[in-house]
Design a protein around this ligand. Structure first.
Ligand code: ADP
Ligand code: FBP
Length: 314
């Protein structure tokens, strides 16, 4: 059976994380600690999957000095990749951790423009790779030069080859992508509220909103809610997971770790409940780590039974 996961990061980033005691907007802030990590949603998913010993290849666009640094990191971690080179420099995203209140503020650049010939090269390379794939993961923002409908095209081409798809995006990229019917989506609660244009205050409201999307062709909607945990919805099931308590170091990459755990769960044929348990444990372990560092398999397995699972009556 094919087991390869391809992760697409159209807009990667070098994540620069600075830690400050008591961030003062408009004031002078001194940095206590600094680190940089290869980031961008698909790249983080690939890091987790590699740690989980799954077969994974990271693809997308990469360029310039920042791009070179990211590729070096991937090579250090022995992550297989096949990025399309761009003339434009890959972006740097700033993450400011206020260690007094344990809150992370993210400042993400738009990213460099991708040209049409670069896009053609990417599509040709992905077309070939999809022949070998089981799952295609699509994550993150779409860079300038590429239409918001891009994920829909990629989902359709994956489906035509029998490849499952997981989409983690927001705004128009999510809205258009949904029309192509990805197998799984992982919005956070804010992204889901923006999508349906309503505040979702109760579990029942979340389930009803998710079922609207399921009626349009998606099978599983897994909604993350930070420290409140997550909700998984299918046509017939609705489940709530509550995480164990952690000291949040940097929540960056927590959502991506959930997506990686979902991909791994699809490979291993886990039920929706078990998938939610794995995804929530993975997200919470990652949230307890500094910068864009991600969870490893042993520490996730050790916490699986600490995730509280209940079913939601609608
Ligand atoms: N403060 C926290 N305590 C425990 N778990 C957390 C915390 N913040 C995030 N998580 C875990 O990470 C997952 C993803 O977090 P979330 O912030 O919703 O994702 P995203 O980064 O996609 O917005 C949550 O479902 C939860 O399992
Ligand atoms: O493409 P976007 O939406 O700007 O997001 C990119 C950022 O998201 C991340 O992938 C983290 O995502 P999550 O916190 O949702 O897991 C960072 O590594 C990266 O800087």
């Amino acid at each position: 059976m094919k087991k390869l996961v391809i992760t697409v990061t159209l807009n990667p980033a070098l994540d620069k994380t600075v830690t400050i005691d008591g961030l003062e907007v408009g004031g002078l802030n001194r940095v206590n600690d600094i680190r940089s990590d290869a980031g961008g949603k698909g790249i983080n998913v690939a890091k987790v999957l590699k740690g989980f010993h799954e077969e994974v290849t990271a693809v997308g666009y990469i360029g310039g000095h920042t791009g070179k640094l990211i590729l070096e990191r991937l090579e250090q971690e022995d992550i297989r990749h096949s990025f399309t080179e761009t003339l434009a420099e890959t972006r740097m995203n700033l993450k400011v951790v206020d260690s007094n209140v344990q809150v992370t503020t993210e400042i993400n650049e738009r990213g460099g423009t991708v040209s049409e010939p670069e896009r053609t090269l990417f599509h040709e390379a992905l077309h070939l790779l999809l022949e070998e794939a089981y799952i295609l993961v699509l994550g993150g923002s779409v860079p300038p030069g590429i239409e918001s409908s891009e994920y829909a095209l990629l989902i359709e081409s994956a489906r035509s080859k029998g490849v499952k798809t997981i989409l983690d995006a927001d705004g128009d990229a999510l809205r258009y992508g949904l029309k192509a019917g990805p197998d799984v989506i992982k919005p956070n609660i804010h992204e889901l509220e923006q999508l349906v244009g309503a505040t979702l205050a109760t579990e029942q409201e979340i389930v009803r909103a998710a079922r609207q999307l399921i009626a349009e062709g998606t099978h599983w909607v897994i909604v993350s809610m930070g420290g409140e945990g997550s909700v998984a919805v299918s046509k017939d099931e609705a489940i709530r997971a509550r995480p164990f308590s952690i000291k949040p170091e940097s929540t960056v990459g927590a959502g991506d770790s959930m997506v990686a755990a979902i991909a791994s769960s699809l490979i291993h044929g886990r039920s929706l409940t078990e998938t939610l348990r794995w995804a929530t444990a993975a997200g919470s372990v990652t949230a307890s780590k500094p910068g864009t560092q991600v969870c490893g398999p042993e520490e996730v397995i050790a916490r699986l039974q600490d995730v509280g699972i209940t079913s939601i009556e609608v």
